[in-house]
Design a protein around this ligand. Structure first.
Ligand code: TZP
Ligand code: MG
Length: 208
């Protein structure tokens, strides 16, 4: 089954204990992929947090993806890496990680979307669908209409990210998108397990 349906992206503001709790619970709740996202620039902390999450995901079917950093992905032997437009070029990343790891790329506009079709990617992240306090440097938001249009112009599975929660999830899923990536709707929930389970149920109910 499509592994992108409910894609958890971790909150780098949460301490290690909270991070581990959130990921453990979210996996029980049914998230299908986990990306460790760190923005502090402290590579040792990034590696330690990624290793902790790798231990939690061991023995599950949930893939571990590392945000931005190919070196960290290789160091912890993650299942893949997710790059932004200012990270290492995707072609070089593919050479370094090899054909069997997952490679995702954030796409912020239509030009990048068309360019991406020539790359060796596994999926794209359409960023950002809606404005979100979790990431404030996003430029133009895609919105539902932009997402719908983007889906006609790419060959890759598409994961929608940015400002997604239970109140707009049905509209997102009905576009035919392959999955949704979320930070706050799961990481900031009082009960991340129930939140993930409820989101997954809602996704399955709304899938076209
Ligand atoms: N990339 C685009 S928006 C975003 C990222 C990492 C943050 C999404 O966070 P939230 O809390 O799900 O809106
Ligand atoms: Mg990035």
């Amino acid at each position: 089954m499509n592994p992108y349906r409910l894609y958890l992206v971790t909150d780098d503001q949460q301490d290690l204990q909270t991070l581990k709790h959130v990921v453990k619970e979210a996996v029980v709740g049914g998230v299908t992929m986990v990306q460790v996202r760190e923005k502090s620039g402290d590579i040792r902390s990034f590696i330690a947090r990624a290793q902790a999450i790798k231990t939690i995901l061991k023995g599950t079917n949930v893939a571990l993806i590392i945000n931005d950093r190919v070196d960290v992905a290789l160091a912890v032997d993650a299942d893949g890496v997710h790059l932004g437009q200012s990270d290492m070029p995707a072609g070089l990343a593919r050479q370094l990680i090899g054909p069997n790891k997952l490679l995702g790329l954030s796409i912020e506009n239509e030009h990048q979307l068309l360019e991406a079709n020539a790359l060796s990617l596994d999926y794209i992240g359409l960023s950002a669908i809606f404005a979100t306090p979790t990431k404030t440097d996003t430029k133009k938001e895609w919105g539902i209409a932009g997402l719908t249009n983007a889906l006609t112009k790419t060959n890759f599975p598409v994961v929608a990210i940015g400002g997604i929660n239970q109140s707009n999830l049905d509209d997102i899923i009905k576009t035919g998108v392959d999955g949704v990536a979320l930070v706050s709707a799961i990481c900031h929930a009082d009960d991340p397990k129930s939140a993930a389970a409820a989101l997954l149920k809602q996704i399955h109910a709304a899938m076209p």
